[in-house]
Ligand binder design. Structure first.
Ligand code: PHE
Length: 338
C-alpha cells in the first residue's frame, strides 16, 4: 500500500514538472487530487485496512498530499512568472512613463457655471431655446418691428427658409412664457450671433445669459437689487457697476450695465456687460393674444429681463483685454485657467 502511495506521488510530481501551461497543470491536479483522482482513491482505500495500520497509512497519505500540493503551487508560480516575462517581451520598461495630459475647463465655461450657480441660488431655473430661431421669436414677439436695424440683412445671419441665427437669447423669454404659468423665474445661457465687425470686444458668435422674472408686482428696484447683488457675488463686493438709460424694444424702461474692467498695466475702463429693463407691456399683450388666455395680462403681471455677455464677464473676471483670446484655443492662454 505504502509502495503504491510512493508511485502515485512520483507520477504526480513528474506530471506536474512536465506541465507546460496552467491548463495542463490543472488537469494534473484533477488527475491526482480531484474527486476521482488517484490519491483520493488511495485515501478511500484506507477504510479496508486493519485498524493498527491506519495511523501510519494516514500519515503517509498526508505526506504525499502535501508534496503534490506544494509542487503544484511552485509550478504555478513558475508558469505565472514565465507568462509575465513573455507579456513584456520587447518592451523597454526602463523608458520614462508617458506624460499624463491634464484637462481643464475653458474660462467661458468657468464664468458660465459660476453665474448659473449664483442665479440658481436666487431662485432662477434653467431654460433653453434653439439657436436657429424664427423671426417671430427673435423679433416680432419681442416688440421689434420690421424696420428695426437689428433685423437688417447686414446685422443678422438669415437662412433661405426665413429662419435666422438668434441675435440674442431673449427669444428664450418668449419660448418660456408661451408655455409657463406665472410666476416665471428663469435663466438661459447660450450662443448668440451677429454680423459684428470683429474687434477686441466683439465677436460674431458670442455667449449670453438671459434672465426673466415675471410675477405680480415686480418692480424696477427688484431688477437693480438682483443685478447689483449678482455682480458683487460674481466679482467681489468692491465691484463698480453702473446702469445707463438705454433703449430696447421689449423693455421699458431699459438700461445698459457697465462694469469696470481692470487690465494689468492699463487704465481701468467701463465695459458694457448687459442690457436689461422692465418687460414692455406690449410683449405681454402679444403673448396673451398668442396664448389665448390672460395669465400674462399686463394688468396682472410685471417683470424684468436681462441679458448679459458671458464673454465680457470672463474679461472682467480675469482682466482679459481681448475677447478674441477666448475663441483662439491657444493653450498658452487657456492653461492659465486649468
Ligand atoms: N437682448 C438684449 C441684447 O442682446 C439684451 C437684453 C435682454 C435687454 C433682456 C433687455 C432685456 O442686447
Amino acid at each position: 500500500m505504502k509502495q503504491e502511495l510512493e508511485t502515485i506521488q512520483a507520477d504526480a510530481l513528474s506530471a506536474i514538472e512536465a506541465a507546460s501551461d496552467q491548463k495542463i497543470l490543472d488537469e494534473a491536479r484533477v488527475a491526482f487530487l480531484g474527486k476521482k483522482g488517484r490519491l483520493t482513491a488511495a485515501s478511500a482505500a484506507m477504510k479496508d485496512l486493519p485498524n493498527e495500520e491506519k495511523p501510519a497509512y494516514g500519515q503517509a497519505l498526508n505526506v504525499a498530499r502535501q508534496a503534490i500540493t506544494a509542487a503544484i503551487e511552485s509550478k504555478l508560480a513558475a508558469l505565472q512568472e514565465e507568462a509575465d516575462k513573455k507579456s513584456v517581451e520587447g518592451i523597454d520598461v526602463t523608458l520614462p512613463a508617458r506624460e499624463l495630459l491634464e484637462g481643464g475647463l475653458h474660462p467661458l465655461t468657468l464664468v458660465k457655471d459660476r453665474a448659473i450657480q449664483i442665479l440658481r441660488r436666487m431662485g432662477f431655473a434653467l431654460a433653453e431655446g434653439p439657436e436657429i430661431e424664427t423671426e417671430y421669436h427673435c423679433f416680432d414677439a419681442l416688440n421689434t418691428p420690421d424696420d428695426h436695424p437689428a433685423r437688417n440683412e447686414k446685422d443678422t445671419f438669415y437662412f433661405d427658409s426665413g429662419k435666422l441665427l438668434r441675435t440674442h437669447t431673449s427669444s428664450v423669454q418668449i419660448r418660456t412664457m408661451e408655455k409657463a404659468t406665472p410666476p416665471v423665474r428663469i435663466i438661459a445661457p447660450g450662443s448668440a450671433y451677429r454680423r459684428d465687425e470683429i474687434d477686441a470686444t466683439h465677436l460674431s458668435v458670442f455667449n449670453q445669459l438671459e434672465g426673466l422674472f415675471v410675477a405680480e408686482d415686480v418692480k424696477l428696484g427688484d431688477l437693480k437689487g438682483t443685478l447689483e447683488y449678482f455682480f458683487r457675488a460674481m466679482f467681489g463686493n468692491e465691484t463698480e457697476v453702473r446702469f445707463r438709460p438705454h433703449f430696447f424694444p421689449f423693455t421699458e424702461p431699459s438700461f445698459e450695465i457697465d462694469v469696470k474692467l481692470h487690465v494689468k498695466g492699463q487704465k481701468p475702463k467701463w465695459i458694457e456687460v448687459a442690457g436689461c429693463g422692465m418687460v414692455d407691456p406690449a410683449v405681454f399683450s402679444s403673448l396673451a393674444e398668442s396664448r389665448g388666455d390672460d395669465l400674462f395680462d399686463p394688468e396682472k403681471v410685471t417683470g424684468f429681463a436681462f441679458g448679459m455677455g458671458l464673454d465680457r464677464l470672463a474679461m472682467i473676471q480675469w482682466g482679459i483685454k481681448d475677447i478674441r483670446l477666448l475663441i483662439e484655443n491657444d493653450t498658452r492662454f487657456l492653461k492659465q485657467f486649468a
